[in-house]
Design a protein around this ligand. Structure first.
Ligand code: SUO
Length: 446
């Protein structure tokens, strides 16, 4: 049977802005109050999707959410017509308005955790929406995320959707940014690596400066929901010291594809044992685990955080070799650029680099890997995906025209107070649900 890894990239929403909302994410806090360009941001993302689709990879579009979230504002006591709600929040609680205006759902690696059907007890493909409980602006994403996921993967015969875990810190869940699946072929049974920042209900080390967003308890709950057995999972604690250096998700310090893990020397707390367990469990599934470890002497953690070398995508080509998709920032960093040259000429599994300009997203701490949710699909499952979300020449043109029609090319803090921004967002997203055939997924449509 043929199988694929499809990538579903977050289409950047019309309110993309820099509000410095993510303590612990260095890019987010250091670009606070910069003006953003939502139109450019959306187009940068679309160009990546189109380029990968053109290379023959299965590529889909993950729709953004309506912002500001009027529902959230009403729940916090703002009243009146929608425009009044926005004006009142802008005047009395601008920080709340900034939170509910974030376009943060663009980083779909945080939308959910996905277990392919080859790994699960019932043979279904499981999704659990992430509660993103650690950050207020992200904690409001999951109800709509769940509805969009159901519209993207509607067939109940193949796809099972779980609601987010309880919205408390003990079950803090950041989705696939802290989850990597290893396998020989995409449809052969694999091993799923769940990475957490701390334990909630038992003692252990944790970061001192920045939050550990994701707990072991959340990882275990998702593994249970998805029906993964002991031989198919590895739990690893992220190195708390690198969280304190700005590695707020594991996908800032490691990335995996098939049998390969590309990671930094300081990624995990108990690195040697994590790697050994992965090797052993993967061997039992008939795959030979390859770990490519980048030494601190070549790339420091700070360079990794600045360049987002590990927030890359590893994509398997027909010949079995892999492309590494990196942001432009990797070429602007001398140490990282030199390392990349060495990597692709090393004779190892990664032998090609593709570079993308994703600066608008990068300035909020979101690189190529943050922008995509990976779903390994069999041919039959792929055929059951909503076809209107799959990228092709026509959809690329339609979405570019749609962005030109609806998006502003500049957004500063003061613009968030403008009620017409919400109107523009609603008009755009209403049209988008028709383009992507999603049905009524947004609160304003229900
Ligand atoms: N996987 C990348 C996620 C980036 C995201 N940044 C933000 O939400 C920044 C938004 C702002 O600061 O305006 C986060 O930290 O969760």
């Amino acid at each position: 049977m043929k199988a694929f890894e499809a990538n579903f990239d977050g289409l950047v929403g019309p309110t993309h802005n820099y509000s410095g909302l993510s303590f612990g994410n260095v890019a987010s806090t250091s670009n606070l109050k910069q003006a953003s360009n939502p139109r450019l941001a959306a187009k940068q993302g679309l160009l990546k999707m189109k380029a990968l689709a053109d290379l023959g990879f299965k590529q889909g579009v993950f729709a953004p959410q309506a912002r500001p979230s009027i529902k959230t504002l009403r729940g916090l006591g703002f009243t009146g017509k929608d425009a009044d709600v926005i004006r009142q929040a802008a005047k009395e609680a601008p920080a709340i308005l900034a939170n509910v205006s974030s376009a943060s759902c663009m980083w779909t690696a945080n939308a959910a955790t996905v277990s392919p059907s080859a790994d699960t007890q019932d043979g279904c493909l499981h999704f659990t929406a992430a509660n993103l409980n650690n950050k207020f602006h992200r904690s409001i994403e999951h109800p709509t995320t769940s509805r969009i996921l159901r519209a993207m993967f509607p067939d109940e015969y193949y796809f099972i959707h779980h609601d987010a875990l309880p919205a408390v810190a003990a079950f803090g869940d950041e989705g696939a940014a802290n989850h990597t699946r290893f396998c020989a072929e995409y449809d052969s049974p694999g091993v799923e690596l769940f990475v957490y920042g701390k334990k909630a209900f038992s003692a252990g080390v944790e970061p001192q400066k920045y939050p550990a967003r994701h707990t072991l308890e959340a990882c275990e709950a998702v593994a249970r929901l998805h029906g993964l057995d002991e031989g198919s999972v590895v739990y690893a604690q992220q190195n708390p010291e690198v969280i304190d250096l700005g590695v707020f998700h594991n996908d800032v310090i490691s990335v995996g594809n098939r049998n390969v893990l590309f990671h930094h020397q300081e990624s995990f707390l108990d690195q040697a044992n994590v790697l050994a367990e992965l090797k052993r469990k993967l061997a039992a599934k008939g795959a030979d685990f390859i770990a490519i470890e980048v030494p601190t002497a070549k790339v420091s953690v700070l360079d990794a955080v600045k360049s987002y070398l590990f927030n890359s995508q590893l994509l398997s080509k027909a010949d079995g070799k892999m492309i590494i998709v990196v942001p432009e920032e990797c070429r602007n960093n001398a140490a990282v650029s030199a390392y990349l040259d060495e990597l692709i000429s090393s004779g190892g599994p990664i032998n090609e680099v593709k570079i993308f300009d994703l600066k608008q997203s990068m300035q909020n701490g979101g690189g190529p890997a943050c922008l995509r949710l990976r779903v390994a699909l069999t041919e039959a499952e792929l055929a059951a995906v909503n076809p209107a979300i799959m990228m092709n020449d026509r959809l690329f043109d339609t979405l570019n025209t749609w962005v030109d029609k609806h998006y502003r090319d500049q957004l500063a803090e003061a613009d968030l107070a403008d009620p017409s921004l919400y109107e523009e967002c609603k008009t755009a997203l209403d049209e988008l649900t028709q383009i992507l055939k999603l049905g009524s997924v947004y609160p304003f449509q229900r």
